[in-house]
Design a protein around this ligand. Sequence first.
Ligand SMILES: [Cu+2]
Length: 320
Amino acid sequence: MTAHPQPLKKPRFRVLIALLAALVLPIALSGTAAADGGKSPRNWTVQVGSESPDQAIQGMSFLPKNIFINADDSVTWEANAGEIHTVTFLAAGQTIESTQPFDPFNPVYGLPQGGTSYDGHSYYNSGVMSNVSDSGLPAVETYTLTFPNTGDFTYYCLVHGMAMKGTVHVRDKGTDYPYTQSQYDNRVNRAEQAIIRDGYQQWSEARDQADNHTVILGTDNGTSMVMRFIEDNVVVHVGESVTFQNSGMGEPHTVTFGTEPANPFAPLGDPGNYTGGQLNSGILAPNSTFTVTFNKAGEYDYICALHDYLGMIGTVVVEE
Ligand SMILES: [Cu+2]
């Protein structure tokens, strides 16, 4: 093929301009901040979740976990992962336990609730947050609240309960900020790398437990999780079984063969005699197993109906 170098020029210039802007903008912005003495309201950013580029590792943290702001500032939470999360301030007297297990189809939990200005004691909820649109639920990518009142306000992710919480510390207007956004961002980047490393470590440990008759349904340790079947491709003979084992601490999964059912929560088919077609485990909670006996040769694809959009899919090859 003949090369056409001409059309490349414009994009290259754009990249250069973007780079220059990236260098110059922070200087311009910090100049503005100094000029107003830190008195005008600021907006801060918190990341919701984290993930590896292939989405196999998902983090269960708000980053930064603690943010120090002043009255009238706002915080924007940004969905930073495909796995679903929420940002939820509970009402005074309400416990996180009373909201568990998470029901995404209850609008109180699954959809945005409350206004845009946090009153310090009522229920506020982002609804489901994700950075992808194919999670199977209506999800938002950002959620912003303004904080007119001082105080320490703790919030939760309803999906991951006690394991995932953060605090917004709101101090008097004009108080010196302990950290800048870019200082938070540097820490957030390091924390994300640590979560992803931890996930790959769990993944390699889980491989040691897996064989052709034992598939691990992801793992999680309360901070990072592996959204994969381990191993995702096993080979057995007709009449043999495969046990699918959820050895995580909190994340539910399914084992679903055939067409994805409308309700992934309802078990379907006979796992004691699988010869193809639809078979669904229903929700497999942590520490539960699901054993399937394969009585017909073939190649059977299956998914986790909750996490297939993150790449949680597998195949069982059944030989004569
Ligand atoms: Cu799953």
